[in-house]
Design a protein around this ligand. Structure first.
Ligand SMILES: Nc1ncnc2c1ncn2[C@@H]1O[C@H](COP(=O)(O)OP(=O)(O)O)[C@@H](O)[C@H]1O
Ligand SMILES: [Mg+2]
Length: 233
C-alpha cells in the first residue's frame, strides 16, 4: 500500500545542509503495525512526515496505493492526505481555547464533507476513546492523557486507513501511555495500518514489525522477536 523507493531528504543547502534520510526503500502493506525506532535525530519524524505527505522528499519515489505522490505539493495531495491519514503527535496539537467537540470536528475543515453527519461521527470517535462525557469540556481543563485521547479521536473521525503517530506517549506517564497504545492497537485490530514512532522499547516490543533508523538509513527492518534477541557482536 505504501512504497518508498530510494527516498532521500536533505534540509537546507550547501554547507548547512542536513541529510535527514538517505536512500530509504520500504514496502508497507495494508493492516501492518510498525514501530519506528532510532536515536534522536536519526530521521524518524522526517520519515513519518514523508509517509504522511506533510514533508516532500528531496529525491526518490513515493507510491501510495500505486499512486505516485508528486515531489511538489499540490491541492490533490492535500486532499489525498486528508482522506488517507490520521495524525497523532507527541504534543497533541490541539487548540487550547476550544472544546473537545470543536477540536475533533476541525478534522473535517479541509475535506469536502457533503453528506457527512459530522455530529454523529464526532460522537462515535469520542465513544471510541471513552470521552463522551467530555464533549463540551475546554481542552485546557483536560489531563495530558485525555488530550491525547482527543487527538486520537480527531485522527480517526475522518475514518482514515492509516494512523501515523509520532512519539504519542512521549509526554505521558507510563500508565497513561499504555492506555494510549491500547487505543491505537484497537484501531489496528479494526483493519487500519498503524505506524508509530517511539523511543520506548517496551512499547515497541508489542509491534509485529520494527524499522530501526541510524543516521537516516534503515539498519533493521523485520520482526520484533529477532530485533530484541541480543545479537552476537
Ligand atoms: N525543518 C528542519 N530543518 C533543518 N533540519 C531539520 C529539520 N527537521 C529535522 N532536521 C534535521 O534532520 C535530522 C533528522 O531529524 P528528525 O527526522 O526530526 O529525527 P528524529 O525524529 O529521529 O529525532 C536531524 O539532524 C534534524 O536536526
Ligand atoms: Mg522526532
Amino acid at each position: 500500500m505504501i512504497r518508498l523507493d530510494g527516498i532521500s531528504k536533505t534540509y537546507g543547502r550547501s554547507e548547512t545542509a542536513v541529510r535527514a534520510l538517505a536512500d530509504i526503500c520500504l514496502n508497507i502493506r495494508q493492516g501492518e503495525a510498525i514501530a519506528v525506532l532510532g536515536r534522536s535525530g536519526s530521521g524518524k519524524t522526517t520519515l513519518l512526515d514523508i509517509i504522511g505527505t506533510l514533508t516532500r522528499p528531496t529525491w526518490g519515489k513515493y507510491f501510495l496505493r500505486d499512486l505516485e505522490i508528486p515531489l511538489f505539493s499540490d491541492a490533490k495531495t492535500a486532499q489525498l492526505r486528508g482522506r488517507a491519514f490520521g495524525f497523532v503527535f507527541q504534543s497533541f496539537n490541539l487548540l487550547p481555547d476550544r472544546s473537545v467537540y470543536q477540536n475533533i470536528a476541525l478534522a473535517f475543515k479541509y475535506r469536502k464533507n457533503r453528506g457527512t453527519d459530522i455530529n454523529h461521527r464526532v460522537e462515535n470517535a469520542l465513544e471510541h476513546v471513552r470521552l463522551g462525557h467530555k464533549r463540551d469540556a475546554n481542552i485546557r481543563n483536560l489531563s495530558g492523557g485525555e488530550q491525547q485521547r482527543v487527538a486520537i479521536a480527531r485522527a480517526i473521525v475522518t475514518k482514515p486507513d492509516i494512523i501515523l503517530a509520532d512519539e504519542p506517549t512521549g509526554n505521558l506517564d507510563t500508565a497513561t501511555g499504555s492506555t494510549i497504545i491500547s487505543l491505537l492497537f484497537r484501531l489496528w485490530e479494526n483493519g487500519r495500518t498503524l505506524i508509530v514512532v517511539t523511543h520506548d522499547l517496551a512499547l515497541a516490543k508489542q509491534f509485529p514489525r520494527i524499522i530501526f533508523l541510524t543516521d537516516g538509513q534503515v539498519t533493521y527492518d523485520g520482526p520484533a522477536e529477532s530485533f530484541f534477541i541480543p545479537h552476537a557482536p
